[in-house]
Design a protein. Structure first.
Length: 93
């Protein structure tokens, strides 16, 4: 699952690579805010390669979904076939 962050990201903000990767594991959320593409968030639910028309994007891992990671494939399939879903991120105590 992927979300552009163009409107939500401060204009011109760059995020320097820190443990950056383009093939994350399911549940390993990547954030990209570099020069090849607009800022974007990737939430992989299966085998993934983070890229744009100009090639691979190296995203920084910003969080890992551990609880319910098994449900990500189901949610990803719903997004693929039924369209966008609202995203809410909460931190559990």
């Amino acid at each position: 699952m992927w979300s552009p962050l163009g409107e939500a990201s401060p204009r011109g903000a760059l995020l320097h690579p820190e443990n950056a990767r383009h093939q994350p594991r399911p549940g390993e959320v990547l954030l990209y805010a570099g020069t090849l593409s607009e800022p974007e968030l990737l939430i992989p639910y299966g085998a993934s390669r983070f890229a744009c028309k100009d090639g691979p994007l190296e995203g920084n891992p910003v969080m890992t979904i551990e609880d319910g990671v098994g449900r990500l494939a189901e949610i990803g399939s719903q997004v693929l076939w039924k369209g966008a879903k609202e995203l809410r991120i909460e931190v559990s105590p």
